[in-house]
Design a protein around this ligand. Sequence first.
Ligand code: PLP
Length: 303
Amino acid sequence: MSLTFLPPNIQPIQSLIAQQIGMELSVLRLDNMHPLVNGNKWFKLKYNLLEAQQRNLTTLLTFGGAYSNHIFATAAAGNLLGFRTIGMIRGEERLPLNPTLSFAVQQGMQIFYLDRQKYRQRHTAELQAELQQRFGNVFIIPEGGGNLNGVRGCMEIVNNAAFDTVCVACGTGTTLAGIILSLTKSQRAIGFPVLKGGEFLKSDVDNWLKNYLASGLPVAHEEIASWQLICNYHMGGYAKVNDELLQFQQQFTQEQGIPLDYVYTAKMFYGVMDLLKQGFFPKGDRILLIHTGGLQGNIQRRD
Ligand SMILES: Cc1ncc(COP(=O)(O)O)c(C=O)c1O
């Protein structure tokens, strides 16, 4: 599997409050590892693509919304690595295609649409069998790369970096689960759900951890690091924004030179900076914020 990546770099955040209380605040820039296949998306795809390759399956089929970072990354990775790709998109076709789907099509992805009711069945054996029959022998990757291969790839994100607390934005919690499994007992992970009512992710993440540990896939440590969710920085729900968030996003980029996407990373960064002001983190804490990419979504706003 050969894509050329820049090693993800760790960039310090200049924060007066952090300095005053002797804290170290840094960003792991997964967003600039590769121009097209980057962020947590690559880590969630990596072992899926390896498994497809090992099983001699040359077509990847996956699912996503019309603005999906995962559809974007799968189309690009497939094109670069010689896989045929099929994207099953939630909802009705809308023409002209938005920039995410136009890009996917340019990369050679074949796009089909599933109405919302059918899309809800995407995890069922029935729909998967129907798709296998329709498209031939395809390697199915779940929406967002959310499976144990995805968790396994995300165990490689932090890569032994010496931090006490690792913060990440959560959609399905797959990335958080991989990060938790890679940390030592003395470190902790904090997930910031970007969906409203993100408390439901607690049991989802527990299940990822349990299922991963029962799967026989490689583990980094015997004991699981501590972790928690902070659920009050969703700003109204998935892909919803308010003026405060947009202002924060703009100001942060200006001051730190780090672009953020407004669906995931801006909410997590906002949350961390807010918690910092409230004295949430222990004095001397070394905090690593994971920049999970998603910047392709900034050129378009959702409805
Ligand atoms: C940019 C970005 N950050 C964070 C996430 C959240 O990842 P997960 O679904 O693994 O929680 C996603 C979605 O996959 C994403 O696209």
